[in-house]
Design a protein. Structure first.
Length: 259
């Protein structure tokens, strides 16, 4: 026979387990926190640190049939979907920097210069890495990571575990938000990419007028030099656009959490 106090401890551990699912899924899908360079132990500790006070505020109740049951599995599945949605909304906001970097890098002729992204584990262009680091610095300096944690904690009050699911309209809004961020990334890259295309047109015209001129020996260095100068001049404008994209991503996460 199991003593009553041990039964209470087991119930409390199950509540903490349920409470850490949503923060853990959100941190896994979110940029920076979900990076392969972040140890799993750190994500678990952060999930516990966010989930335990959230469980106390939300008043989580374990299903009568237990966690290993249909109601329990549905509760866990709902927590995973909501957490992944919150983190993925922020990931889409960061994707605007990568889209802009891909467009600018290809226009500069640096599409072949790919680097390993330590956050996602995939390769991206050097310009994409530059804009991604710029977006990360802006996100951290403006307290975006704290805003994400606040959204996760507040979502426990508006959407307690097992009480509601992410609606179809909210998921459709997340898909539409992805298209908006793609357009935002192209708008960030448009001034620099358009100027680089004009440089390439000028170099093509010069090469056509003087066939003896080697386009690869002159055109590529000129395009890269023009791209570096244009990036230096347009960085403040691109930084403001990326900061706006991060703000929209946090607003989308708030919409998913029904705040």
């Amino acid at each position: 026979m199991i003593p009553a106090e041990f039964g209470g401890i087991e119930a409390q551990l199950l509540i903490w387990f349920i409470a850490m699912i949503r923060p853990g899924a959100a941190l896994l899908a979110a940029p920076m926190f979900g990076s392969t360079s972040v140890p799993l132990q750190v994500r678990i500790i952060l999930s516990l640190a966010v989930g335990i006070p959230s469980a106390a505020a939300a008043g989580i109740v374990v299903p009568v049939a237990g966690v290993i049951s249909v109601p329990g599995l549905l509760m866990i599945l709902g927590e995973v979907v909501l957490g992944l949605s919150l983190g993925f909304a922020l990931q889409i906001g960061f994707a605007a920097a990568l889209v802009a970097g891909e467009a600018i890098g290809n226009a500069m002729g640096l599409g072949f210069a790919s680097m390993q992204d330590p956050m996602s584990g995939h390769s991206s262009t050097a310009v994409g890495q530059l804009l991604n680091m710029l977006g990360t610095a802006l996100f951290l300096s403006t307290g975006g990571h704290l805003a994400l944690i606040d959204i996760i904690i507040s979502s426990f009050r508006t959407m307690p575990p097992g009480a509601s699911w992410v609606t179809v309209d909210a998921l459709r809004g997340l898909v539409d938000f992805g298209g908006l961020m793609f357009a935002a990334g192209m708008s960030v890259a448009l001034p620099v990419a358009f100027a680089l295309i004009m440089v390439q047109i000028v170099m093509g015209t010069i090469t056509r007028s003087a066939p003896a001129l080697n386009l690869f020996a002159v055109g590529i260095p000129a395009t890269v030099l023009a791209g570096v100068l244009l990036l230096a001049a347009a960085t403040p404008v691109m930084a403001a656009a990326l900061e706006h994209a991060m703000r929209l991503a946090l607003e989308q996460a708030q919409h998913l959490a029904r705040l």
